[in-house]
Design a protein around this ligand. Structure first.
Ligand code: SAH
Ligand code: SF4
Ligand code: F3S
Length: 449
Protein backbone atom coordinates (compact mmCIF):
# COMPACT_ATOMS: atom_id res chain seq x y z
CA UNK A 1 0.00 0.00 0.00
CA UNK A 2 1.23 3.52 0.70
CA UNK A 3 4.76 4.15 1.88
CA UNK A 4 3.20 5.11 5.20
CA UNK A 5 2.31 1.55 6.12
CA UNK A 6 5.66 -0.02 5.30
CA UNK A 7 7.62 2.67 7.10
CA UNK A 8 6.39 2.59 10.66
CA UNK A 9 8.34 5.35 12.30
CA UNK A 10 7.64 6.75 15.74
CA UNK A 11 8.60 10.23 16.82
CA UNK A 12 8.04 10.90 20.53
CA UNK A 13 8.36 14.04 22.63
CA UNK A 14 8.26 13.88 26.42
CA UNK A 15 7.25 16.63 28.86
CA UNK A 16 6.86 16.71 32.63
CA UNK A 17 8.61 14.72 35.31
CA UNK A 18 10.94 11.71 35.40
CA UNK A 19 7.91 9.43 35.55
CA UNK A 20 7.02 10.52 32.06
CA UNK A 21 10.56 9.96 30.85
CA UNK A 22 10.38 6.41 32.21
CA UNK A 23 6.91 5.88 30.71
CA UNK A 24 8.05 6.99 27.26
CA UNK A 25 10.74 4.32 27.49
CA UNK A 26 8.02 1.73 28.17
CA UNK A 27 5.94 3.07 25.26
CA UNK A 28 8.92 2.82 22.90
CA UNK A 29 9.47 -0.76 24.03
CA UNK A 30 5.82 -1.63 23.32
CA UNK A 31 5.86 0.07 19.92
CA UNK A 32 9.14 -1.51 18.84
CA UNK A 33 7.52 -4.89 19.38
CA UNK A 34 4.98 -3.79 16.77
CA UNK A 35 7.71 -3.04 14.27
CA UNK A 36 8.00 0.67 14.92
CA UNK A 37 11.37 2.29 14.64
CA UNK A 38 12.11 5.43 16.66
CA UNK A 39 13.13 8.51 14.71
CA UNK A 40 14.55 11.81 15.95
CA UNK A 41 13.00 13.57 12.95
CA UNK A 42 9.37 14.51 13.12
CA UNK A 43 9.26 14.98 9.31
CA UNK A 44 9.72 11.28 8.64
CA UNK A 45 7.41 9.95 11.35
CA UNK A 46 4.26 8.00 10.59
CA UNK A 47 3.22 8.32 14.24
CA UNK A 48 3.87 11.35 16.46
CA UNK A 49 3.34 10.85 20.18
CA UNK A 50 3.54 13.55 22.81
CA UNK A 51 3.78 12.44 26.43
CA UNK A 52 2.21 15.26 28.38
CA UNK A 53 2.15 16.99 31.78
CA UNK A 54 -0.73 18.76 33.53
CA UNK A 55 0.98 19.92 36.70
CA UNK A 56 0.64 23.66 36.02
CA UNK A 57 -1.35 25.58 33.47
CA UNK A 58 1.75 26.68 31.59
CA UNK A 59 2.81 23.01 31.22
CA UNK A 60 -0.40 22.39 29.26
CA UNK A 61 -0.04 25.60 27.29
CA UNK A 62 3.30 24.41 26.02
CA UNK A 63 1.68 21.17 24.79
CA UNK A 64 -1.01 23.09 22.88
CA UNK A 65 1.82 24.97 21.19
CA UNK A 66 3.46 21.70 20.18
CA UNK A 67 0.14 20.36 18.87
CA UNK A 68 -0.02 23.36 16.49
CA UNK A 69 3.35 22.29 15.11
CA UNK A 70 2.27 18.63 14.81
CA UNK A 71 -0.95 19.68 13.02
CA UNK A 72 1.09 21.60 10.44
CA UNK A 73 3.24 18.51 9.98
CA UNK A 74 0.12 16.42 9.39
CA UNK A 75 -1.14 18.94 6.84
CA UNK A 76 2.11 18.50 4.93
CA UNK A 77 2.02 14.69 5.19
CA UNK A 78 -1.62 13.62 5.57
CA UNK A 79 -0.90 10.00 6.59
CA UNK A 80 0.80 11.11 9.81
CA UNK A 81 -1.03 10.13 12.99
CA UNK A 82 -0.90 12.18 16.17
CA UNK A 83 -1.32 10.75 19.66
CA UNK A 84 -1.50 12.56 22.99
CA UNK A 85 -0.48 10.33 25.89
CA UNK A 86 0.24 10.88 29.58
CA UNK A 87 -1.25 13.17 32.19
CA UNK A 88 -2.98 15.73 29.98
CA UNK A 89 -4.54 12.90 27.96
CA UNK A 90 -5.88 11.53 31.22
CA UNK A 91 -7.20 14.89 32.40
CA UNK A 92 -8.95 15.96 29.20
CA UNK A 93 -9.89 12.56 27.71
CA UNK A 94 -12.17 12.80 24.60
CA UNK A 95 -12.31 16.60 24.96
CA UNK A 96 -8.83 16.67 23.54
CA UNK A 97 -10.15 15.29 20.22
CA UNK A 98 -12.76 18.03 20.14
CA UNK A 99 -10.34 20.81 20.96
CA UNK A 100 -7.68 19.72 18.50
CA UNK A 101 -9.03 17.96 15.43
CA UNK A 102 -5.62 16.82 14.28
CA UNK A 103 -5.33 14.46 17.26
CA UNK A 104 -6.14 10.80 16.44
CA UNK A 105 -5.24 9.11 19.67
CA UNK A 106 -5.65 9.85 23.40
CA UNK A 107 -4.10 7.39 25.85
CA UNK A 108 -3.72 7.77 29.61
CA UNK A 109 -0.73 6.65 31.72
CA UNK A 110 -2.20 3.28 32.71
CA UNK A 111 -3.35 2.26 29.22
CA UNK A 112 -0.10 2.01 27.27
CA UNK A 113 -0.50 -1.71 26.72
CA UNK A 114 -3.56 -0.82 24.63
CA UNK A 115 -1.56 1.57 22.47
CA UNK A 116 -0.66 -0.80 19.61
CA UNK A 117 -4.29 -1.89 19.27
CA UNK A 118 -5.50 1.70 19.34
CA UNK A 119 -2.99 2.68 16.68
CA UNK A 120 -4.43 -0.07 14.46
CA UNK A 121 -7.90 1.23 15.15
CA UNK A 122 -6.76 4.68 14.06
CA UNK A 123 -5.32 3.18 10.87
CA UNK A 124 -8.76 1.85 10.07
CA UNK A 125 -10.15 5.36 10.27
CA UNK A 126 -11.48 5.62 13.81
CA UNK A 127 -10.18 7.60 16.75
CA UNK A 128 -8.49 5.73 19.57
CA UNK A 129 -9.17 6.66 23.18
CA UNK A 130 -8.28 4.82 26.38
CA UNK A 131 -7.96 6.70 29.65
CA UNK A 132 -8.87 3.94 32.07
CA UNK A 133 -6.81 4.11 35.25
CA UNK A 134 -5.69 0.88 36.89
CA UNK A 135 -5.10 -0.23 40.46
CA UNK A 136 -2.43 -2.75 39.44
CA UNK A 137 -0.59 -1.65 36.32
CA UNK A 138 3.14 -1.03 36.92
CA UNK A 139 4.54 -2.21 33.55
CA UNK A 140 6.82 -4.28 35.77
CA UNK A 141 7.47 -6.95 33.14
CA UNK A 142 8.37 -4.52 30.36
CA UNK A 143 12.03 -3.75 29.80
CA UNK A 144 12.12 -0.05 28.87
CA UNK A 145 14.13 1.09 25.85
CA UNK A 146 16.54 3.66 27.27
CA UNK A 147 16.48 7.10 25.71
CA UNK A 148 18.94 8.98 27.94
CA UNK A 149 21.82 10.99 26.50
CA UNK A 150 24.34 8.41 27.70
CA UNK A 151 24.31 4.72 28.50
CA UNK A 152 25.44 5.12 32.08
CA UNK A 153 22.45 6.49 33.99
CA UNK A 154 18.82 5.29 33.95
CA UNK A 155 15.52 5.87 35.73
CA UNK A 156 13.70 2.88 37.18
CA UNK A 157 10.07 3.32 38.09
CA UNK A 158 9.33 1.54 41.39
CA UNK A 159 5.79 2.73 41.98
CA UNK A 160 2.96 4.57 40.24
CA UNK A 161 0.19 6.91 41.26
CA UNK A 162 -0.25 8.87 44.45
CA UNK A 163 -2.66 8.67 47.38
CA UNK A 164 -1.62 11.86 49.11
CA UNK A 165 -4.19 14.27 47.77
CA UNK A 166 -2.30 17.50 48.33
CA UNK A 167 -5.08 20.02 47.71
CA UNK A 168 -3.32 21.84 44.85
CA UNK A 169 -2.17 18.76 42.95
CA UNK A 170 -3.54 17.14 39.80
CA UNK A 171 -1.30 14.05 39.99
CA UNK A 172 -3.67 11.78 41.99
CA UNK A 173 -6.38 12.46 39.37
CA UNK A 174 -4.25 11.78 36.34
CA UNK A 175 -2.04 9.01 37.70
CA UNK A 176 -4.52 7.14 39.86
CA UNK A 177 -4.07 5.16 43.04
CA UNK A 178 -0.69 4.37 44.44
CA UNK A 179 0.76 0.91 43.68
CA UNK A 180 4.20 -0.61 44.11
CA UNK A 181 6.08 -2.64 41.57
CA UNK A 182 7.13 -6.25 42.18
CA UNK A 183 10.66 -6.02 43.65
CA UNK A 184 11.89 -9.03 41.64
CA UNK A 185 11.25 -7.13 38.40
CA UNK A 186 13.08 -4.12 39.83
CA UNK A 187 16.12 -6.23 40.80
CA UNK A 188 16.17 -7.83 37.36
CA UNK A 189 16.12 -4.43 35.69
CA UNK A 190 18.94 -3.14 37.91
CA UNK A 191 21.04 -6.25 37.21
CA UNK A 192 20.48 -5.95 33.47
CA UNK A 193 21.54 -2.31 33.52
CA UNK A 194 24.63 -3.03 35.64
CA UNK A 195 25.67 -5.80 33.25
CA UNK A 196 25.19 -3.44 30.32
CA UNK A 197 27.69 -1.04 31.87
CA UNK A 198 25.34 1.41 33.54
CA UNK A 199 26.88 3.20 36.52
CA UNK A 200 23.88 4.87 38.10
CA UNK A 201 20.19 4.12 38.57
CA UNK A 202 17.54 6.41 40.01
CA UNK A 203 14.54 4.73 41.65
CA UNK A 204 11.56 6.94 40.91
CA UNK A 205 8.00 7.43 42.09
CA UNK A 206 5.80 10.35 43.21
CA UNK A 207 6.46 9.33 46.81
CA UNK A 208 9.09 6.60 47.00
CA UNK A 209 8.83 6.41 50.80
CA UNK A 210 5.40 4.85 50.53
CA UNK A 211 6.76 2.00 48.41
CA UNK A 212 5.49 -1.21 50.01
CA UNK A 213 5.43 -4.67 48.46
CA UNK A 214 2.83 -6.94 50.00
CA UNK A 215 3.07 -10.70 49.60
CA UNK A 216 0.17 -13.14 49.71
CA UNK A 217 1.27 -14.50 53.08
CA UNK A 218 0.72 -11.09 54.64
CA UNK A 219 4.31 -9.90 54.81
CA UNK A 220 5.21 -6.46 53.56
CA UNK A 221 8.46 -4.86 52.46
CA UNK A 222 8.99 -1.09 52.71
CA UNK A 223 11.18 1.30 50.74
CA UNK A 224 14.12 1.04 53.17
CA UNK A 225 14.24 -2.70 52.42
CA UNK A 226 14.06 -2.17 48.66
CA UNK A 227 16.79 0.46 48.78
CA UNK A 228 19.10 -1.82 50.73
CA UNK A 229 18.52 -4.77 48.36
CA UNK A 230 19.22 -2.59 45.33
CA UNK A 231 22.36 -1.13 46.93
CA UNK A 232 23.72 -4.66 47.43
CA UNK A 233 23.40 -5.67 43.78
CA UNK A 234 26.65 -3.97 42.75
CA UNK A 235 28.77 -1.84 45.07
CA UNK A 236 30.08 0.17 42.10
CA UNK A 237 26.59 1.08 40.93
CA UNK A 238 25.36 4.43 42.20
CA UNK A 239 21.83 4.46 43.56
CA UNK A 240 19.63 7.54 43.66
CA UNK A 241 15.96 7.92 44.45
CA UNK A 242 13.27 10.56 44.05
CA UNK A 243 10.89 11.91 45.31
CA UNK A 244 10.88 11.64 49.09
CA UNK A 245 7.88 12.95 51.00
CA UNK A 246 8.69 14.77 54.26
CA UNK A 247 5.86 13.09 56.14
CA UNK A 248 7.14 9.60 55.21
CA UNK A 249 10.94 9.93 55.11
CA UNK A 250 11.95 7.47 57.83
CA UNK A 251 15.09 7.21 59.93
CA UNK A 252 15.38 3.68 58.59
CA UNK A 253 15.92 5.00 55.07
CA UNK A 254 18.58 7.39 56.38
CA UNK A 255 20.28 4.53 58.24
CA UNK A 256 20.38 2.40 55.08
CA UNK A 257 21.84 5.34 53.16
CA UNK A 258 24.53 5.84 55.80
CA UNK A 259 25.52 2.15 55.58
CA UNK A 260 25.96 2.03 51.79
CA UNK A 261 28.45 4.46 50.21
CA UNK A 262 27.00 3.73 46.76
CA UNK A 263 23.64 5.24 47.78
CA UNK A 264 24.12 8.84 46.81
CA UNK A 265 24.31 11.61 49.40
CA UNK A 266 21.39 13.56 48.05
CA UNK A 267 17.79 13.88 49.15
CA UNK A 268 15.13 15.73 47.22
CA UNK A 269 12.62 16.74 49.89
CA UNK A 270 9.93 19.09 48.55
CA UNK A 271 8.84 21.49 51.29
CA UNK A 272 6.30 23.60 49.32
CA UNK A 273 5.94 26.16 52.14
CA UNK A 274 7.60 27.09 55.43
CA UNK A 275 4.29 27.96 57.10
CA UNK A 276 2.42 25.32 59.06
CA UNK A 277 -0.84 27.10 58.29
CA UNK A 278 -0.24 26.92 54.54
CA UNK A 279 1.04 23.32 54.76
CA UNK A 280 -2.23 22.44 56.44
CA UNK A 281 -4.24 24.12 53.68
CA UNK A 282 -2.16 22.13 51.20
CA UNK A 283 -2.89 18.89 53.11
CA UNK A 284 0.79 18.05 53.13
CA UNK A 285 0.53 16.07 56.35
CA UNK A 286 3.44 17.74 58.20
CA UNK A 287 4.22 20.95 60.04
CA UNK A 288 7.17 23.29 59.71
CA UNK A 289 8.63 21.72 62.89
CA UNK A 290 8.25 18.18 61.55
CA UNK A 291 9.97 19.16 58.32
CA UNK A 292 12.86 20.76 60.22
CA UNK A 293 13.12 17.64 62.37
CA UNK A 294 13.56 15.58 59.17
CA UNK A 295 16.26 18.02 58.02
CA UNK A 296 18.07 17.62 61.35
CA UNK A 297 17.79 13.83 61.02
CA UNK A 298 19.37 13.97 57.54
CA UNK A 299 22.17 16.19 58.82
CA UNK A 300 22.95 13.86 61.70
CA UNK A 301 22.84 10.60 59.72
CA UNK A 302 24.46 11.97 56.57
CA UNK A 303 26.59 15.01 57.40
CA UNK A 304 27.88 15.27 53.83
CA UNK A 305 24.49 15.08 52.07
CA UNK A 306 22.98 17.82 49.94
CA UNK A 307 19.27 18.57 50.15
CA UNK A 308 17.15 19.97 47.33
CA UNK A 309 13.48 20.94 47.28
CA UNK A 310 10.36 22.22 45.53
CA UNK A 311 8.80 25.48 46.74
CA UNK A 312 5.49 27.01 45.74
CA UNK A 313 4.69 30.72 46.14
CA UNK A 314 1.22 32.19 46.54
CA UNK A 315 -0.96 29.23 47.51
CA UNK A 316 -4.49 30.05 48.74
CA UNK A 317 -4.51 32.11 51.96
CA UNK A 318 -0.73 32.65 51.98
CA UNK A 319 0.03 36.04 53.56
CA UNK A 320 3.22 38.02 53.94
CA UNK A 321 4.04 36.35 57.25
CA UNK A 322 3.63 32.85 55.73
CA UNK A 323 5.91 33.90 52.90
CA UNK A 324 8.55 35.16 55.39
CA UNK A 325 8.40 31.75 57.07
CA UNK A 326 9.21 30.08 53.75
CA UNK A 327 12.22 32.38 53.35
CA UNK A 328 13.45 31.72 56.89
CA UNK A 329 13.08 27.96 56.43
CA UNK A 330 15.17 28.17 53.26
CA UNK A 331 17.91 29.95 55.22
CA UNK A 332 17.83 27.28 57.91
CA UNK A 333 18.00 24.31 55.54
CA UNK A 334 20.49 25.75 53.04
CA UNK A 335 19.22 23.91 49.98
CA UNK A 336 21.78 23.20 47.30
CA UNK A 337 19.09 23.69 44.65
CA UNK A 338 15.34 24.27 44.42
CA UNK A 339 12.57 24.05 41.85
CA UNK A 340 10.44 27.13 42.47
CA UNK A 341 6.91 27.76 41.21
CA UNK A 342 3.94 30.09 41.43
CA UNK A 343 0.76 28.37 42.50
CA UNK A 344 -1.37 27.52 39.48
CA UNK A 345 -4.96 26.44 40.10
CA UNK A 346 -5.78 23.07 38.54
CA UNK A 347 -9.41 22.26 37.67
CA UNK A 348 -10.96 19.51 39.77
CA UNK A 349 -8.46 19.62 42.64
CA UNK A 350 -9.70 20.28 46.15
CA UNK A 351 -8.11 23.72 46.18
CA UNK A 352 -9.93 24.62 42.97
CA UNK A 353 -13.24 23.37 44.34
CA UNK A 354 -13.05 24.59 47.92
CA UNK A 355 -10.51 27.39 48.26
CA UNK A 356 -10.15 30.84 46.86
CA UNK A 357 -7.10 31.54 44.68
CA UNK A 358 -6.78 34.76 46.64
CA UNK A 359 -3.15 35.80 46.25
CA UNK A 360 -3.02 38.40 43.44
CA UNK A 361 -0.84 37.49 40.44
CA UNK A 362 1.48 40.44 41.13
CA UNK A 363 2.03 39.26 44.71
CA UNK A 364 2.69 35.68 43.57
CA UNK A 365 5.26 37.01 41.14
CA UNK A 366 6.94 39.20 43.73
CA UNK A 367 7.12 36.40 46.31
CA UNK A 368 8.43 33.93 43.76
CA UNK A 369 11.14 36.39 42.76
CA UNK A 370 12.16 36.84 46.41
CA UNK A 371 12.35 33.08 46.78
CA UNK A 372 14.46 32.76 43.62
CA UNK A 373 16.81 35.57 44.66
CA UNK A 374 17.32 34.07 48.10
CA UNK A 375 17.89 30.57 46.69
CA UNK A 376 20.51 31.92 44.27
CA UNK A 377 22.37 33.40 47.22
CA UNK A 378 22.08 30.16 49.19
CA UNK A 379 23.13 28.00 46.22
CA UNK A 380 26.21 30.18 45.75
CA UNK A 381 27.16 29.85 49.43
CA UNK A 382 26.56 26.08 49.50
CA UNK A 383 28.67 25.56 46.37
CA UNK A 384 31.41 27.78 47.80
CA UNK A 385 31.73 25.39 50.75
CA UNK A 386 32.80 22.65 48.32
CA UNK A 387 35.87 24.58 47.19
CA UNK A 388 39.02 22.77 48.34
CA UNK A 389 37.21 19.44 48.74
CA UNK A 390 37.70 16.37 46.55
CA UNK A 391 34.76 14.38 45.19
CA UNK A 392 34.28 11.22 43.22
CA UNK A 393 32.61 12.28 39.98
CA UNK A 394 30.81 10.07 37.49
CA UNK A 395 31.72 11.37 34.03
CA UNK A 396 28.58 11.93 31.94
CA UNK A 397 29.84 13.77 28.86
CA UNK A 398 31.23 17.02 27.54
CA UNK A 399 30.28 20.15 29.44
CA UNK A 400 27.61 22.31 27.87
CA UNK A 401 29.99 25.21 27.47
CA UNK A 402 33.13 23.61 26.10
CA UNK A 403 34.14 20.36 24.44
CA UNK A 404 37.50 20.72 26.24
CA UNK A 405 35.70 20.23 29.55
CA UNK A 406 33.98 17.14 30.91
CA UNK A 407 30.90 17.23 33.06
CA UNK A 408 29.56 14.83 35.67
CA UNK A 409 28.04 14.76 39.12
CA UNK A 410 29.30 13.96 42.56
CA UNK A 411 27.38 11.78 44.99
CA UNK A 412 25.64 14.93 46.29
CA UNK A 413 24.18 15.44 42.78
CA UNK A 414 26.16 18.64 42.21
CA UNK A 415 27.37 19.22 38.66
CA UNK A 416 31.17 19.14 38.45
CA UNK A 417 33.14 20.38 35.43
CA UNK A 418 36.85 19.72 34.84
CA UNK A 419 39.39 19.69 31.97
CA UNK A 420 39.22 16.75 29.61
CA UNK A 421 42.09 14.28 29.63
CA UNK A 422 41.85 10.61 28.74
CA UNK A 423 38.79 9.95 30.90
CA UNK A 424 35.82 8.16 29.37
CA UNK A 425 32.12 8.66 29.86
CA UNK A 426 31.15 6.29 32.68
CA UNK A 427 34.46 6.61 34.56
CA UNK A 428 34.58 7.55 38.22
CA UNK A 429 37.27 10.18 38.74
CA UNK A 430 38.52 12.14 41.75
CA UNK A 431 38.13 15.87 41.23
CA UNK A 432 39.36 18.62 43.55
CA UNK A 433 37.16 21.71 43.46
CA UNK A 434 38.89 25.05 42.83
CA UNK A 435 35.97 27.33 42.00
CA UNK A 436 32.21 27.41 42.20
CA UNK A 437 29.24 29.13 40.62
CA UNK A 438 25.68 28.82 42.06
CA UNK A 439 25.03 25.93 39.66
CA UNK A 440 28.39 24.28 39.05
CA UNK A 441 31.57 23.17 40.77
CA UNK A 442 34.76 23.61 38.75
CA UNK A 443 37.93 21.63 39.47
CA UNK A 444 40.74 19.36 38.35
CA UNK A 445 41.29 15.64 38.43
CA UNK A 446 43.67 14.73 41.23
CA UNK A 447 44.40 11.05 40.66
CA UNK A 448 44.93 9.04 37.54
CA UNK A 449 42.20 6.49 36.95
N1 SAH B 1 5.33 14.06 44.31
C1 SAH B 1 6.15 15.18 44.48
C2 SAH B 1 5.92 16.33 43.54
C3 SAH B 1 5.28 16.17 42.25
S1 SAH B 1 4.86 17.60 41.35
C4 SAH B 1 5.95 15.70 45.88
O1 SAH B 1 4.98 15.41 46.52
O2 SAH B 1 6.76 16.47 46.31
C5 SAH B 1 6.32 18.57 41.38
C6 SAH B 1 6.16 19.92 42.02
O3 SAH B 1 5.26 20.72 41.28
C7 SAH B 1 5.54 19.90 43.41
O4 SAH B 1 6.46 19.57 44.39
C8 SAH B 1 5.04 21.30 43.55
O5 SAH B 1 6.02 22.16 44.06
C9 SAH B 1 4.72 21.69 42.12
N2 SAH B 1 3.28 21.78 41.89
C10 SAH B 1 2.37 20.78 41.99
N3 SAH B 1 1.12 21.25 41.73
C11 SAH B 1 1.25 22.57 41.50
C12 SAH B 1 0.34 23.62 41.20
N4 SAH B 1 -0.97 23.40 41.11
N5 SAH B 1 0.83 24.87 41.01
C13 SAH B 1 2.16 25.12 41.11
N6 SAH B 1 3.06 24.17 41.39
C14 SAH B 1 2.63 22.91 41.59
FE1 SF4 C 1 1.00 15.69 44.21
FE2 SF4 C 1 1.21 15.62 46.82
FE3 SF4 C 1 1.14 13.34 45.46
FE4 SF4 C 1 3.28 14.92 45.32
S1 SF4 C 1 2.53 13.86 47.14
S2 SF4 C 1 2.23 13.95 43.61
S3 SF4 C 1 2.40 16.95 45.42
S4 SF4 C 1 -0.52 14.81 45.64
FE1 F3S D 1 3.39 16.25 35.16
FE2 F3S D 1 2.19 13.95 35.23
FE3 F3S D 1 4.64 14.18 36.15
S1 F3S D 1 1.26 15.91 35.69
S2 F3S D 1 4.74 16.28 36.87
S3 F3S D 1 4.02 14.46 34.08
S4 F3S D 1 3.04 12.86 36.93
Amino acid sequence: MSEMTDRKKLYIETYGCQMNVADSEVVISLMQEQGYEVTERMEEASLILVNTCSIRENAEQRIWGRLDVFRQQKEKRPGTRIGVIGCMAERLKEDLLKREKAVDLVVGPDAYRALPGLVEQVESGQNGVNTILSREETYGDIMPVRTGANNISAFISIMRGCNNMCTYCIVPYVRGRERSRDPQTIFREVETLAQAGYREVTLIGQNVDSYRWRTNDGRSYPFAWLLEQVAQIDSRLRIRFSTSHPKDLSDRVLEVMARYPNICRHIHLPVQSGSTKVLKAMNRGYTREWYLNRIDAIRSHLPDAQITTDIMAGFCSENEDDHRQTLSLMEYVEYDFAYMFKYSERPGTRAARKMEDDVPEQTKKKRLQEIIDLQNKISAAVKQKAVGKTFEVLVEGSSKKSSQQLSGRNSQNQVVVFPKGNQQVGDFVQVRIDQATPGTLIGNQVESK
